[in-house]
Design a protein around this ligand. Sequence first.
Ligand code: PHE
Length: 453
Amino acid sequence: MEKDNRANFGSKLGIILATAGSAVGLGNIWRFPYMTGDNGGAAFIFVYIMCVFLLGIPCIVNEFIIGRYSASNTARAYRKLSNGTPWAIIGYIGVLTGFLVTSYYSVVSGWCLQYIYASAAGHLKGDPQFFASYFADFEKDPIKPVIWAVVILVITHLIIIRGVKEGIEKASKALMPALFVILIILVVSACMLPNAWEGIEFLFKPDFSKVSKDLFLGALGQAFFSLSIGMGCLCTFASYFTKDTDLTNSAVQISVIDTVVAILAGLLIFPAAFSIGVSPDSGPSLIFITLPNVFEQAFSSVPIIGYIVAISFYILLSLAALTSLISLHEVSTAFFHEEMNINRKTAATIVTVICSVIAALCSLSLSDWDAISIGGKPLFDILDYLTGQILLPVGGFLTCLFVGWYLPKKIVRDEYTNYGTMRGKFFNIYLSCVKYLCPALILLIFLHQIGVI
Ligand code: PHE
């Protein structure tokens, strides 16, 4: 049977690290710390953790169940389970979203590579104005960002073509520990700076007066993106899980790792920024404009440390981006490999080439050429909006309905309990979340994101 020939991850640790690698990405470093700092510190973290438990973990388990049961790429997985009904479309939406996210995510990942180079070469020196114009000039350059995006896609490609065990699992086992070590060293360095305490306080001091509808919906949306829900990454990885993998336990472990990394990123950014009296923002301007300046100034008494911290920070970002890109690339590679009946290498090559072309167009849409805009918005922004705000919530929402209301309960229970070998203590709670609570929450995020509520 096709199931038996299919690759599997070789170990539980490999499963956790590869899937956590998908979850831990740029979202953890450039958005979570800022959202926490700006939305009531510990109060936000508390709400966020609630969102992870109520929404994140059930949605992760959904995708794990579909992926492992069908042992196929995302499109075929939903098709197999939907018995000719239109539910099959969810899988295709996932693959399409994977393609689009891979393309624009690789552009930002490429920027991280450029900044490793620029900090190593000693180019990142100057006043705040310099950092702003350095980034603006780089972003507008028609050639350099395209080259870096292709470079990171090729690195991803070289990992993917080695297969699930030898490529994805081995790479995750090397990259994720490296990421943790660099992160911890950076956190310790930042927390030892003068006035670091103010940053720590800003991050953690609970301010419950800030808990509002916007904060709650923001936390939900962030949990969704940060855990890589709604687009087939988790489903594809789960198709390589072994039958004895405890799905709920794995979902909890991955969520905890993802949240801890996000909080640690805050413990790196805020103490460093507060030590020189800068108030950090979020998104690309935080990591490419504010932070290089912060590192330079905060460690100005021992410049070599500032130099090493800056290089390490961009290596950290690149590792986080790369492990997410691997999972994104795998969604499309598995799709072409299995649906077109071509070998894995050819499938991966098709994906890398198509994504390189879309990534180049995305990058060019931000440059002076600006030929690729729709309705006055650069293609980059359109893909970001279309995937993050629309396709991911739609994918997650439909998956909840599919698992909660359409799939035979027996299949869901069997997968949840590993065919009765585990008790599945929380099965009923999980199923109620998936049927009622999660679709309602996702609907709220969606309406919030498109500005209706
Ligand atoms: N979770 C990743 C991050 O936080 C982004 C991502 C989304 C990766 C969807 C894969 C799929 O950056």
